[in-house]
Design a protein. Structure first.
Length: 150
């Protein structure tokens, strides 16, 4: 290293590849982030879950969301039309028993709260759809029995 670079105050000396030997100038590994991973945005436990595992956890969580008027969860009622996992985002397509159902905001808030706590899920998109319209035939056999539909 030459004398001029060494004497500048407040400047760290920079060595050339020839001065550092073999492997100098090679790209370094990404620095660990707050989760402890090397540049990964998600926690290690979330990385272990694949899409299907997250989807199963989401469906189980949605079984904890109950229609307060009927006392049956929204999955068994047939209100959940679809669950898709894309990266750290879960997209839920759902409907209500009637178009003007006043509990829609309550149901959506409960969905977001329960799904947001699942490892690997950072974003929840809940989409209310009105087509196809909900019918009692969409309920599970257990829900039909509980409500007296035979």
């Amino acid at each position: 290293m030459d004398e001029a670079r060494r004497k500048k105050p407040g400047v760290e000396p920079v060595s050339s590849p020839e001065e550092e030997g073999p492997g100098a100038g090679a790209p370094s590994a990404p620095a660990p982030d707050a989760s402890g991973g090397a540049g990964e945005a998600r926690a290690p436990e979330a990385q272990a879950l694949d899409r299907e595992a997250i989807k199963e956890r989401v469906l189980e969580a949605l079984k904890e969301v109950y229609d307060p008027e009927l006392g049956i969860n929204i999955v068994d009622l047939g209100l959940v039309y679809g669950v898709e996992v894309e990266g750290d985002t879960v997209h839920i397509t759902y409907t209500l028993t009637t178009m003007g159902c006043p509990i829609g905001p309550l149901i959506e808030a409960q969905m977001r709260q329960l799904i947001g706590g699942i490892p690997g899920v950072e974003h929840v998109n809940a989409e209310l759809v009105l087509r196809p319209p909900w019918t009692p035939e969409m309920m599970s056999e257990e829900a039909k029995a509980a409500l007296g539909f035979w």
